[in-house]
Design a protein around this ligand. Structure first.
Ligand code: FES
Ligand SMILES: [Fe+2]
Length: 334
């Protein structure tokens, strides 16, 4: 049986988000990705990412400080520039020939206000978000959420729709939504993603006209999931009764064997005031907390990709999700 975990080595060949660009400053930050530690620091205004280990005696650079344009190691004060090269060794004096010490840097890019890292040469690119530049929609960012489950388990749950009436009975889940009717899964052109469209019924507790009796509580909602390897999905929701559009972009960072960090932005047309933003964040948090009550207690932190679980018709797209991850694990990258 082949399973994926947060530290499967093939995950080093794909892009992962590690945080909002403006969350990183001149104060070095330690992050983990696929089980490995990195230091993230702004040098000369630009965010840089290096393996969090000094080549001299392996101290943590994230415990160091920025001096001028360099990051300084906390142990013996060696300094490294934005290109990762050793720039100063206090014990050798100012005029010395410097040792050929070089920090290890992963592949880095900025996209969707996030820093993205691929530890080794990436073999795929990042999911396109068609809603991102739509000026009629507001970007409502959730604070990053750390939880005790695998990134594959979290995305599997995010894509799944037969759990709504059970797990989300306290928010939008409706007992009128038990049956999953037939639907199709369209594979992406390069084989690293798919699109699923599915209409269903929800209880719309976010609609103020429900309380006044102008709208019914149970409303039809159109969902379009756009999944891309390894742990990204954009769920576009539309509710014709209210005219709401909300694209929930769910990006999971596999931190280490037990922990995942979710980076979530809602791109929606119904948030105008700070109160609207906060209400949307609070409601999404309630929904995600309902999911965590299940996914943090699944049998282990991995997802079996070929055998070992029982699938039914309504799992068609989460089976496709497993097939794509299996293709990633089988891809020859060396
Ligand atoms: S361990 Fe970093 S300077 Fe010695
Ligand atoms: Fe859920």
């Amino acid at each position: 049986m082949t399973s994926i975990t947060n530290i499967s080595p093939e995950l080093k060949h794909v892009w992962h988000p590690i945080g909002r660009i403006d969350s990183f400053s001149e104060t070095p930050t330690r992050i983990e990705l696929v089980g490995d530690p990195y230091v993230v620091v702004r040098l000369d205004g630009e965010v840089k990412v290096f393996a969090d280990v000094c080549p001299h005696r392996y101290a943590r650079l994230s415990d160091g400080v920025v001096v001028g344009s360099n990051i300084q190691c906390p142990y013996h004060g060696w300094q490294f520039g934005a290109n990762g090269k050793c720039a100063h060794v206090p014990a050798l004096g100012a005029e010395a020939t410097l040792p050929p010490a070089q920090l290890t840097a992963p592949f880095v890019q900025e996209k969707y206000d996030l820093i993205w890292v691929s530890p080794l040469e990436p073999i795929t690119d990042i999911l396109e978000i068609p809603e991102w530049d739509d000026e009629s929609l507001a970007h409502v960012w959730m604070p990053p959420i750390d939880f005790n489950a695998g990134a594959a388990q979290a995305v599997d749950n995010f894509l799944d729709f037969s759990h709504f009436p059970f797990v989300h009975a306290g928010t939008f889940g409706s007992e009128k939504d038990l049956l999953v009717t037939d639907y199709t899964t369209e594979r992406g052109e390069d084989g690293w993603g798919f699109v699923v469209k599915y209409p269903h019924l929800i209880e719309n507790h976010e609609d103020p006209l429900v309380a006044t009796g102008e709208h019914p509580l149970v409303q039809e909602r159109f969902m379009r999931y756009d999944y891309r390897v390894p742990f990204t999905a954009n769920l576009r929701l539309e509710i014709p009764t209210t005219g709401m559009i909300n694209a929930i972009v769910f990006w999971c960072q596999p931190v280490n064997a037990d922990t995942t960090r979710a980076h979530i932005v809602m791109i929606r047309n119904d948030c105008h005031t700070p109160e609207d933003f906060q209400a949307a964040i609070d409601y999404e948090n309630r929904i995600f907390t309902e999911d965590l009550k299940v996914i943090e207690f699944l049998a282990d932190k991995s997802v079996p990709l070929d055998r070992g679980q029982v699938h039914i018709r309504s799992d068609r797209h989460t089976v496709e999700f497993r097939r794509i991850l299996l293709k990633l694990l089988n891809s020859s990258t060396e």
